[in-house]
Design a protein around this ligand. Structure first.
Ligand SMILES: O=C(O)c1ccccc1N[C@@H]1O[C@H](COP(=O)(O)O)[C@@H](O)[C@H]1O
Length: 219
C-alpha cells in the first residue's frame, strides 16, 4: 500500500518518513497554508527522498503555468497533485505540458461527489479523496477532518486512489478496513501543531499502519 506523508519542510521529518516506510513525500505550494514551502526547500528534501526510492509529489491549488514551470524545473517532482478546482481540460493541459502523472484531489461529502471519477477518468492518473473543507477554512486540504468512508462502499475496485482527510494513528485501522484504499495520504495527523511535523507522531503512525495490516491479514 502506498503511503504519502504530506506537508514536509524539514530534513528531520523527511528522514522519519523515510525510516517509517513511506512511498511518497508531499510538498505544499500554497501560500495560505502553514505547510507552504519554498521551491528550493522542496527540491532539496524531495531529492533526498528520491535518492531513497520514494516518489516526490508537488501539491498545488489552481496553480498557473508560471508557478508550475518553476516547481517542475527546480523541484523535479515525480507526480503533480492538483488539489484545487482544476477542470478535466486543465488536468489534461498540465499532463501534456510536463509529461508527469497527475493525481487529482476531490472533496467527498456525499455519494454523488464520486461522479467526478467518470469525468476525470482516463485524464487523471490517480485520484485523491479528501474531506470537504470546513466553512471557516482557507485551505482546500490539510484540515485534519475525515469524511464518511462508507461512501466508498461499492466503488469499482479498479479506481486507483489515495485516501486522505484527518487520518492518524487512532483511526487508520478503521480507515483501511472500511475504504480498502490503494494509498493513504496524511498531513496534520502527524503534526504537533499546524505545519509542524512530529517525528514521534510519524513513528506512531507507521506502527499503527503495520498493526492494521497485520489485523487485515489475520481476518
Ligand atoms: O496540507 C495543506 O495545508 C494543504 C493545502 C492545500 C492543499 C492541500 C493540502 N493538503 C492535503 O490535504 C490532505 C489531507 O490533509 P490532512 O491529513 O487532513 O491534514 C492531503 O492530501 C494533503 O496533501
Amino acid at each position: 500500500m502506498d503511503i504519502k506523508i504530506c506537508g514536509l519542510s524539514t530534513i528531520e521529518a523527511t528522514d522519519a518518513v523515510i525510516a517509517g516506510g513511506a512511498t511518497h513525500v508531499g510538498f505544499i505550494f500554497f501560500p495560505k497554508s502553514p505547510r507552504h514551502v519554498a521551491v528550493d526547500t522542496a527540491a532539496k528534501l524531495g531529492a533526498h527522498a528520491q535518492a531513497q526510492g520514494l516518489k516526490s509529489v508537488a501539491v498545488t491549488v489552481n496553480a498557473d503555468d508560471t508557478y508550475l514551470d518553476e516547481i517542475v524545473a527546480v523541484m523535479k517532482p515525480d507526480i503533480l497533485q492538483l488539489h484545487g478546482s482544476e477542470s478535466p481540460e486543465r488536468v489534461a493541459q498540465v499532463k501534456a505540458r510536463y509529461g508527469l502523472p497527475v493525481m487529482k484531489a476531490f472533496a467527498i461529502s456525499a455519494r454523488d461527489d464520486l461522479d467526478k471519477i467518470d469525468i476525470y477518468n482516463g485524464i487523471a492518473d490517480r485520484f485523491l479523496f479528501d474531506a470537504k473543507a470546513p466553512k471557516n477554512s482557507e485551505l482546500p486540504g490539510g484540515n485534519g477532518v475525515s469524511f464518511d468512508w462508507t461512501l466508498l462502499e461499492g466503488l469499482d475496485p479498479s479506481v486507483d486512489y489515495m485516501l486522505s482527510g484527518g487520518l492518524n494513528a487512532s483511526n487508520i485501522s478503521d480507515a483501511i478496513a472500511n475504504a480498502k484504499p490503494s494509498g493513504l495520504d496524511i498531513s496534520s495527523g502527524v503534526e504537533s501543531e499546524p505545519g509542524v511535523k512530529s517525528t514521534k507522531l510519524i513513528a506512531s503512525f507507521f506502527e499503527a499502519v503495520a498493526n492494521a495490516k497485520k489485523r487485515e491479514t489475520n481476518d
